[in-house]
Design a binder for this molecule. Structure first.
Ligand SMILES: Cc1cc2nc3c(=O)[nH]c(=O)nc-3n(C[C@H](O)[C@H](O)[C@H](O)COP(=O)(O)OP(=O)(O)OC[C@H]3O[C@@H](n4cnc5c(N)ncnc54)[C@H](O)[C@@H]3O)c2cc1C
Length: 378
């Protein structure tokens, strides 16, 4: 059995950020991931400047490594199958990245030992230490394995049992296709690289996106709640093709994934010798579904909590992580199902709001999607 100061399960943005901050502080860290890198992750690949800040990224250096970094200076928004409006910020407000490149970049910088292609299958707690897959041992473990993280599952066994087979609060299910366009398709594609497109469902329980990053095009739709996704996604893609936004001969290969947004009851975030971060903790933004920023920020906060515990990893010591998450994101609200009346009001109101340039700019984009008022993590 090999010994470490900390083991991080999952090498996505949450795990690699946490690992980096622990390594820099002098801890010996192992990142264990089921996948071999570079690996892809279903994601539109939209990142806000807060991600650049929290991950201490240098955009110039990132691009110089031959990676795709598509600046976004505006958004086209509307209802699915309805008219759309273009909001121009006249400055860079976000970026588009390819997850296979982005996640590899963050993991390379983590400075940790890697065990990739190694799914965590056993997790034992003995004498105040964790033993992973019968071969790695540490006094503290970080669950960063995304929505299906084995560490989060163990910490949340009771909550999982209560929701088994039933409604999972805040669960987003999404499907997307990301592909490289041929030069001919790229010429015919009317989606501009600088202007990602967002199209909302009438009940506001979800939205479709169309994001162009260099010659890559990413089309997808995600929604809260349990309606069947496939017909919505197919209808969305054909509306884009019918309107000529994307080439009619784009071959779609839909892939699906799920994750949780930040609502009550929240997953348990810390326990004896353990914290969970990113999607494993269910921290994504409630409206936009943005999860990379909360992954990176929670990775940093978890590292801070582990370092301040100075080797005493009791649940009480590590509860400082939960307090930091609450300070950063507030206590999550309770997800309430809409009454039929409220649902009908929303479905009539949303198309009107989406035609209002003021609402789109001030509320939808500035407040919900770009969260312009929020300060970067210190
Ligand atoms: C379709 C879709 C589109 C999205 N678009 C955006 C977007 O544009 N912008 C945005 O900010 N967010 C987006 N999100 C959310 C975002 O992708 C996630 O919030 C983010 O990836 C969370 O990062 P993470 O590090 O917590 O988890 P992940 O990125 O999921 O990484 C988890 C890692 O854990 C590993 N792992 C899993 N199980 C095990 C195991 N048993 N043993 C070992 N390793 C394991 C996995 O291989 C993986 O590498 C999107 C999500 C979906 C589904």
């Amino acid at each position: 059995v090999r010994n470490y100061d900390a083991i991080v399960v999952g090498g996505g943005p949450a795990g690699s950020t946490c690992a980096r901050h622990l390594s820099v502080a002098g801890l010996s860290v192992l990142v264990v991931d089921a996948a071999r890198f570079p690996r892809d992750k279903l994601c539109a690949g939209w990142i806000t400047p807060r991600v650049v800040e929290a991950a201490s990224m240098d955009p110039h250096e990132y691009e110089c490594g031959g990676r795709t970094l598509q600046p976004f200076t505006g958004f086209r928004t509307g209802m699915i199958d309805g008219p759309s409006i273009h909001t121009d910020f006249e400055r860079i407000v976000s970026f588009g990245i390819l997850r296979c490149e982005f996640d590899q970049y963050l993991l390379d910088r983590a400075g940790a030992e890697l065990a990739t292609g190694d799914p965590v299958t056993t997790l034992l707690r003995e004498g105040g230490r964790w033993i992973v897959n019968d071969k790695f041992e540490a006094p503290v473990i970080v669950g960063a394995g995304g929505h299906f993280c084995p560490v989060a599952r163990r910490l949340n066994e009771q909550q999982a049992a209560e929701t088994r087979g039933g409604h999972v609060p805040g669960l987003v299910v999404a499907q997307e296709t990301e592909l490289r366009m041929t030069p001919e398709q790229a010429r015919r594609c009317r989606v501009e690289g600088r202007v990602p497109e967002l199209y909302f469902c009438r009940d506001r329980a979800g939205y479709g996106w169309c994001v162009r990053k260099g010659d890559h095009l990413n089309v997808g739709l995600g929604q809260l709640g349990g309606r069947p996704l496939r017909p919505l996604v197919a209808a969305f893609a054909s509306s884009l093709q019918r309107d000529g936004r994307i080439p009619a001969d784009m071959p779609f290969e839909w892939k699906g994934h799920a994750y949780r947004v930040h609502v009550q009851p929240r997953r348990v975030l810390a326990g004896d010798g353990v914290v969970v971060v990113g999607d494993a903790a269910g921290l994504a933004h409630r409206v936009s579904g943005e999860g990379i920023v909360t992954a990176v920020e929670s990775g940093r906060l978890a590292a801070r909590s582990i370092l301040s515990a100075s080797g005493r990893y009791s649940a009480e010591e590590l509860s400082s992580y939960v307090a930091m998450i609450d300070r950063r994101y507030g206590r999550p609200p309770v997800e309430r199902p809409r009454t039929p009346l409220a649902a009908s009001v929303v479905s009539r109101l949303v198309p009107h709001l989406m035609r209002s340039r003021r609402f789109v700019r001030r509320v939808l984009l500035d407040r919900w999607f770009l969260q312009l008022g929020r300060t970067p993590i210190s």
